[in-house]
Ligand binder design. Structure first.
Ligand SMILES: *[C@@H]1O[C@H](CO)[C@@H](O)[C@H](O)[C@H]1NC(C)=O
Length: 438
């Protein structure tokens, strides 16, 4: 009898124990971490030029985003790989291989492959840091053509010439291209709050032997964060559950604080006040994150977006400063601002911005709040920091332009926590002081 009780006790203890272990096991399985998004104009970035003035940086960011948007407007059917231009405003510091080699890649929310320049180079652009040499890595493996990853990949194909293994080719809308081996390698991210790098073995990477275009020597390639299966976000999905978020700190105001990209539980935006809207997969541009913005409102005026069925009508782009609105939406917004802002108009010192006001340094001024109404009923507030950009000590300009395609640029995303959930297909917005987020 005693034995029996013991056994029962013991087994129920075992059951509880196994049960508890399962819980902690599944928790441990879900990776959760933050990595810094290095703004290209921050002193940590190799793009940083100490001789540039603050307003030169602002101007360059505006010009880069106009340039980028011009490419976006190309008919995507003309280009085989419908990808964003090979530029961006944020960098990711990560490493590949064993022993690890540090890579600084440009974060691109609109493209799908993680690639870096690789030895031996057939044609590489000049790069400041050493170029990754896979022959020195113990964890690098080429991918056979019959591998599921090779057969399924939109950018992958079989290279019969060179030992019959998987290859990739990326063409960006600006004409830049990268070609090389599609391979598996350990990729490690430097978590902002963990001492050890977070390693992801067997990550599909593009090892680029032939890279031409407008890439610059400060960076080693692109980190696609888009919706396709081989983007960083998608490849981490089994570990992170498909949630990630970022919160962009104001980039051109006072002391810039770092912005973070967060994955897993940390990337989930679960606060009740957060506004959730469907994430739309756009067949014409499958890499890009689209949502539906139903209207903007300023004061009592509501400006409706044109309806376009089930497709998304605005794409979220972290790689450009300015936002773009459909012509009629832009005109109404501009008109409302002219009515509401009690400041003298002035000409824009930068080509491409249409509505500017003169301000007196040190004096307060009032800019009306703009509300962005997303499908699903939620409203996000766009403050002064989102709608206007200070381009000179005495001039502020509307940080929007009109275009055939609506783009939510990174100025409009400042101080908004934006969460992506590719499992539930939602994008979540929450007005947040991003400097307090890590
Ligand atoms: C990248 O991360 C490594 C390791 O944490 C660090 O030593 C290096 O300074 C970082 N580089 C940049 C540009 O932040």
């Amino acid at each position: 009898m005693y034995m029996m009780t013991m056994l029962l006790r013991y087994s129920s203890f075992l059951i509880v124990f196994v049960f508890l272990q399962n819980i902690s096991f599944s928790k441990a399985l879900k990776s959760s971490f933050s990595v810094e998004m290095i703004h290209r104009d921050s002193p940590k970035s190799p793009f940083y030029r100490p001789t540039e003035t603050h307003f030169q940086r602002v101007e360059n960011a505006i010009l880069r985003s106009i340039h980028r948007a011009n490419y976006f407007k190309l008919d995507s059917n003309d280009v085989e790989s419908t990808i964003t231009p090979a530029s961006g405003e944020y960098l990711l510091n990560y490493s590949v291989g064993t022993p690890p080699v540090q890579i600084l890649g440009i974060i691109d929310t609109g493209s799908d492959i993680i690639w870096m320049q690789c030895q031996p180079c057939k044609e590489c652009y000049k790069q400041d840091r050493p170029i990754f040499d896979p022959s020195t890595s113990r964890t690098y493996s080429t991918m056979p053509c019959v591998a599921a990853d090779c057969l399924s990949g939109t950018h992958a194909f079989c290279n019969f010439n060179n030992g019959k293994h998987c290859a990739y080719e990326m063409s960006y809308i600006d004409g830049s291209t990268s070609e090389g081996d599609f391979s598996w390698e350990t990729l490690s991210l430097y978590s902002s709050f963990k001492d050890v790098p977070v390693a992801f073995p067997q990550t599909v990477i593009g090892c680029g032997h032939n890279n031409v275009g407008i890439f610059s020597k400060q960076s080693s390639g692109i980190v696609g964060l888009g919706m396709g299966p081989f983007s960083l976000a998608s490849q981490l999905k089994p570990k992170t559950g498909g949630t990630f978020s970022y919160c962009l700190t104001p980039m051109y105001q006072g002391d810039r604080k770092p912005s973070y990209l967060r994955f897993g539980d940390r990337g989930e935006v679960t606060v009740k006040e957060a506004v959730s809207t469907p994430l739309i997969r756009n067949i014409a541009r499958p890499s890009v994150y689209y949502v539906v913005m139903e209207a903007l409102s300023v004061g009592s005026k509501r400006i409706e977006f044109p309806r376009n069925g089930e497709n998304g009508n605005i794409l979220i782009d972290s790689g450009a400063a300015l936002s773009y609105l459909p012509d009629e939406v832009y005109s109404s917004l501009e008109g409302e601002m002219v009515n509401e802002v009690k400041l003298p108009r002035t000409d824009s010192p930068i080509k491409g911005l249409r509505l500017c006001f003169a301000i007196t340094p040190g004096e307060d001024y009032h800019i009306p709040l703009v509300y962005a109404h997303f499908k699903g009923g939620g409203t996000v507030t766009l403050y002064n920091v989102n709608t206007f950009v200070k381009v000179r000590e005495t001039t502020i300009c509307l940080a929007f332009r009109s275009g055939s395609e609506a783009i939510l640029g990174n100025l409009a995303q400042q101080d908004i926590l934006i969460g992506y959930d590719t499992q539930r297909n939602t994008v979540t917005f929450l007005n947040t002081d991003c400097t307090s987020e890590i």
